[in-house]
Design a protein around this ligand. Structure first.
Ligand SMILES: NC(=O)c1ccc[n+]([C@@H]2O[C@H](COP(=O)([O-])OP(=O)(O)OC[C@H]3O[C@@H](n4cnc5c(N)ncnc54)[C@H](OP(=O)(O)O)[C@@H]3O)[C@@H](O)[C@H]2O)c1
Length: 245
């Protein structure tokens, strides 16, 4: 589908990458952009840049009522961008912080799933449309220093595949975006290599136009994906070694 003229909804629009999604949608010519945040006041400046097109909305993806309300109120959406996510840099054994692990699962897996389920009928009514789920390469190979985040995103990756299969008959494209480290948001202070957030957004929106299901934005993600296809054990061991270094 074309992003130009689309009616988009972005979750976590006040976050690092979320703000670039808003910009990318503006530049690509989306007709309306619902910018979701738990605190819509945090979107004032973003919306002020283009008040006719950017509409701040209140949305907590872990709250069933909030998501249901959004699906009812914004029934013109044909492009859903599930960008909201959390990561606490938790190791599984050494940290064993079940409270934080539960939040990661609630937001990254159940939250994303809840949004897909609530908006599936909306997208169907609007001709099929598309869903973009922000995943990560850490959904495909575990990074032990951020292991529980990766596990929650792996669940979201498998959910993305399941939803894709189920929504194929209503012609909804379901895109999974798997960057490595992005130079924004939760990885702002991480060391390089990092991919620019503009590049992640450009690749994700282009995938919607080209109907590409799996997107690996940036050199780091592309190299990792190539290695995973060639020798998955080697990359698992390489990531594992970072626990002790
Ligand atoms: N940065 C990276 O290196 C990287 C790499 C690969 C994938 N990703 C993924 O990209 C997405 C955006 O990450 P980011 O780096 O931009 O992180 P970020 O700056 O921390 O932004 C995360 C966003 O998610 C929102 N959020 C958290 N819990 C929510 C909830 N219950 N309901 C609604 N919104 C909620 C946050 O809103 P509040 O202000 O309300 O907390 C914030 O807007 C995430 O899914 C992340 O996993 C990031």
């Amino acid at each position: 589908m074309q992003v130009q003229g689309a009616i988009a909804l972005v979750t976590g629009a006040n976050g690092g990458i979320g703000q670039y999604y808003i910009q990318g949608l503006q530049q690509t010519g989306a007709a309306r952009i619902y910018a979701g945040a738990r605190n819509p006041d945090s979107l004032k400046d973003i919306a002020a840049a283009d008040p006719d097109r950017i509409i701040p909305i209140s949305l907590d993806i872990t709250d069933e009522a909030s998501v249901k309300e959004a699906a009812e109120a914004y029934s013109d959406v044909n492009l859903l961008i599930n960008n909201a996510g959390v990561g606490f840099n938790q190791r599984l054994v050494a940290d064993a912080n079940f409270d934080q692990m539960r939040v990661e699962i609630e937001v990254n897996y159940f939250g994303t799933l809840r949004m897909c389920l609530a908006f599936a009928p909306v997208l169907k009514a609007n001709g099929g449309g598309a869903i973009v789920n922000m995943l990560t390469m850490l959904a495909k190979v575990n990074f032990p220093l951020n292991a529980s985040y990766g596990a929650s995103k792996a669940a979201a990756l498998l959910a993305t595949q399941g939803i894709r299969a189920e929504l194929a008959s209503q012609k909804t494209l379901v895109v999974g975006v798997m960057p490595g480290t992005v130079d924004a948001g939760m990885s702002k202070h991480f060391p390089p290599p990092k991919v620019a957030p503009e590049e992640v957004v450009r690749a994700a929106l282009q995938a919607v136009v080209d109907e590409v299901e799996d997107v690996y934005p940036g050199e780091q993600a592309q190299k990792m994906q190539a290695q995973l296809l060639q020798d998955p054990k080697a990359i698992e061991k390489w990531m594992a070694e970072m626990v002790s270094t």
